[in-house]
Ligand binder design. Structure first.
Ligand code: NAD
Length: 360
């Protein structure tokens, strides 16, 4: 079947753009895909419609695109409850379906096919389409820069004729993609960095970045968890909490990134821990959307607890919209290319398919 790709404008809160003119041109030139783009599609990045038409796409209205394209691409939810679409229209996006299954009901009602790229397996072949790695890397980096805005002391040791300012002490919780990027960024700024993860393998990566890995014995790992963390036993959680609370006594900045797919994020920083942190400490909680790693976190809010600031934001890559759009556009291009070259029955494509004809 010849593909007709529709690019739908993102909701007003979204700063990123899913598909850039560069990838539009590549898809049209190489695969002869017809591409329709909603008017003012790239406006949040300052990309004029003429860049999309120059790349070979045509501009159209949302309703027209939803009626005629067979493949719809958007980062967030593309359709409202009332919008009608022809059955078997395919949607590609990032839906976090394990944690927000209710988002999918309207697609099921309309007999759509839905592909969520955050469900791709973390394999070598899927790396070029891995939207989570792209966004988490940027969020981890931005989390540290964000912390510098709210922290009123310095990251590196600064020696002057009158006094020496001590370097900041950073604790990174969760050493996956976002955590490792946060460690690397904090190290570059001259901070003393500690990190903790329940996966033993993360220790080696943490140490290779020059940070100290906090080891807690008795963790649970499952070989069939695809490299992800699993929920831990209660006695382990207790030891983990004690060890983290001890570390927090001398920690100025915490970057929280720990997640378990589809589950509420583990609480790693409790009120007692925050209470005892040094004055002026800052916590950036990237796990906020799934409940947060700090018990005081509020998603998309800044909480002031005594002198500690706690920022909850799981989408910090939105504050780097240009960089994030470049990576996303490349990921989506590689996914569509793979779909065209290998067909929709290919293993990677079906792994990301969260609604298919059987479960509509
Ligand atoms: P994630 O976002 O699901 O979680 C972030 C980190 O939090 C993980 O390292 C996890 O182990 C950790 N965590 C979970 N519960 C915790 C707890 N109670 N205490 C402390 N830490 C906790 O993870 P991610 O960044 O997406 O990475 C998940 C896995 O996927 C890793 O093994 C990573 O190396 C792998 N990965 C592979 C590829 C690839 O091969 N293409 C790409 C990216 C990631």
């Amino acid at each position: 079947m010849k593909h007709h790709l529709g690019l739908i404008k993102e909701p007003s809160y979204e700063t990123r753009v899913a598909f850039l003119p560069e990838e539009v041109k590549k898809l049209i030139d190489k695969y002869e895909v017809k591409i329709s783009v909603e008017k003012e599609y790239g406006i949040q990045l300052g990309i004029p419609d003429t860049d999309y038409t120059a790349a070979g796409a045509s501009m159209s209205s949302k309703s027209d695109i939803l009626q005629h394209a067979n493949l719809i691409l958007s980062i967030n939810d593309a359709i409202g409850e009332q919008e009608s679409i022809p059955p078997e229209t395919s949607f590609i996006g990032i839906y976090n379906p394990l944690f927000f299954p209710e988002r999918l009901q309207k697609y099921k009602n309309q007999h759509a096919l839905v592909y969520s790229l955050d469900r791709l397996p973390r394999t070598t072949l899927a790396q070029a389409m891995d939207v989570r790695s792209s966004l988490d890397a940027l969020s981890g980096y931005k989390a540290v820069l964000k912390a510098t805005d709210y922290y009123s002391k310095v990251f590196p040791m600064i020696t002057t004729a009158t006094k020496t300012l001590k370097p900041a002490r950073v604790l990174v919780l969760g050493a996956g993609v976002a955590g490792l990027q946060a460690i690397a960024t904090a190290k570059r700024l001259g901070a003393i960095v500690h990190a903790f993860d329940v996966r033993k393998a993360a220790g080696e990566e943490v140490r290779s970045l020059g940070a100290k890995f906090i080891e807690i014995e008795g963790n649970k790992e499952e070989t069939n968890a695809g490299g992800y963390a699993v929920e831990q036993a209660d006695d382990y959680k207790k030891r983990q909490q004690d060890r983290i609370n001890e570390q927090l006594l001398a920690t100025d900045l915490v970057i929280c990134t720990a997640n378990i797919p589809g589950k509420k994020a583990p609480i790693l920083v409790d009120e007692d821990g925050v209470k005892n942190m040094p004055s002026g400490a800052v916590i950036i909680d990237l796990a906020a959307e799934q409940g947060g790693n700090c018990s005081l976190t509020k998603n998309n809010e800044i909480v002031n607890y005594k002198s500690v600031k706690i920022l909850g934001d799981s989408h910090l890559s939105r504050e780097l919209p240009d960089a994030a759009s470049q990576l996303l556009s490349g990921n989506f291009f590689n996914f569509i290319k793979h779909m065209i070259e290998k067909g929709a029955d290919n293993d990677l494509i079906t792994a990301s398919q969260i609604i298919n004809q059987e479960n509509t």
